[in-house]
Design a protein around this ligand. Structure first.
Ligand code: AMP
Length: 379
């Protein structure tokens, strides 16, 4: 099946046309600055995309579209075939993802109008985490904040955690439904998920993608009183606080940079701020690995994925060097070897195998779209 995977942002449109049989990417592009200059709106961006698709695909036609959607709230636990009611439901979830869901809905509406005969599917970043038990997704806040305002843990990066779980189980020869693991998705955004019997039972991102690990520019976990105190004392406004936590914190806040490669180099040269940023980030992840090892009743694997997880052997080494209590031991020559294949990087006598599994969100979405449409008689 030829599936077009779309990630529609407020000012950008990312697309990939994937042949699900071969996994080949037949066309891809990123259209930016939507709403500025010559690209007036998402409709204009789609015209540019259509031109590109036409050039790259020739006579081949896109058979289905998969839209990446950041927030599926409590409703969506699976990919769904899109109709106008679904688009409205995605829009209604906008208070939970104000930057993303309205933009996704715009992209969907435009494409439904232009390609009315092509089935479209929404794949949600939150849906893999719908299996969290209530004691894991509840915050210990007054009940009405959940009931009336939806304040709970949702979790993100679900498509990636799900995809990586499947590949890791296969690589180790486990039945996915009996596979327990801790999955660390470490990119510019970063989250770690506790997987028990192949399902998500806890995850570090919460109500928004800000909670949990130290990220490129996001703080991850902080004492919430810091926020109220700084605002009450007039040190910053609520808007400034939001920008501090999301854009000026994390590795960047501690060291001035969110580029893992340069941080590793600087730390090796004795730069104290870089060393501190790396050690704060690694320590935070070590704590989550310990916690989630308990949550899953004993992990059968620790898996690294995404930009940093796949590429930075130095950061993997730093994290694993603090996991001695779990019996984790890397095989150093394997850890430093670059590869784009899923692989085991731990020593033979490591108590828990450590893996690197490259994630591929677009391929995962295309696969989910095919699965939904093939299993659905109406499609
Ligand atoms: P992602 O969001 O998955 O694209 O990951 C982005 C992050 O991966 C950035 O922090 C990059 O610094 C990091 N990254 C990408 N390539 C490398 C590399 N070769 N070595 C270390 N870090 C990398």
């Amino acid at each position: 099946m030829l599936v077009l995977v779309i990630n529609s942002g407020s000012s950008s449109l990312k697309f990939q046309a994937i042949d699900t049989a071969s996994g080949d990417v037949l066309s891809k592009g990123l259209i930016e600055q939507i709403g500025e200059g010559p690209i007036a709106d998402h409709g204009a961006a789609i015209v540019i995309m259509e031109d590109q698709l036409h050039k790259d695909l020739g006579e081949r036609e896109v058979q289905a579209v998969g839209h990446r959607v950041v927030h599926g709230g409590e409703r969506f636990s699976q990919p769904v075939r899109i109709d106008y009611e679904i688009v409205r439901a995605i829009e209604r979830l906008s208070p939970l993802a104000p930057l993303h869901n309205p933009a996704h809905a715009l992209g969907m509406r435009e494409l439904m109008e232009r390609w009315p005969d092509t089935p479209q599917v929404a794949v949600f970043d939150t849906s893999f985490h719908r299996t969290l038990p209530e004691y894991a997704w509840r915050y210990a806040l007054p009940d009405y904040l959940y009931k009336e305002h939806g304040v709970r843990r949702y979790g993100f990066h679900g498509t990636s955690h799900d995809y990586v779980t499947g590949i890791a189980a296969e690589l180790l020869g486990h039945d996915r439904n009996q596979f327990n693991a801790v999955i660390a998705h470490l990119g510019n955004g970063a989250s770690v998920t506790a997987v028990k019997n192949g399902r998500s039972v806890d995850t570090s991102m919460g109500y928004t993608p800000l909670e949990g690990l130290v990220m490129g520019t996001r703080s991850g976990d902080v004492d919430p009183s810091i926020i109220t105190q700084l605002i009450v004392r007039g040190i910053c406004s609520a808007e400034e606080m939001d920008s501090i936590l999301n854009k000026q914190s994390g590795l960047k806040g501690l060291s001035g940079s969110n580029d893992m490669r340069s941080l590793v180099e600087r730390a090796a040269e004795g730069d104290d701020a870089a060393e501190l940023a790396l050690s704060v980030a690694a320590y935070r992840l070590q704590k989550y690995v310990g916690a989630y090892h308990v949550a899953v009743g004993g992990a059968q694997a620790l898996v690294f994925t995404a930009g940093i997880g796949e590429n930075s052997w130095q950061f993997r080494e730093r994290v694993c060097s603090g996991l001695g209590a779990l019996g984790v031991k890397l095989d150093m020559p394997t850890n430093v070897t670059r590869s784009s294949e899923p692989r085991v990087i731990s020593a033979l006598d490591s108590a828990i195998p450590v893996l690197v599994v490259p994630t591929n969100e677009e391929e995962a979405i295309a696969g989910l779209v095919k699965e939904l449409l093939n299993g659905n008689a109406e499609a």
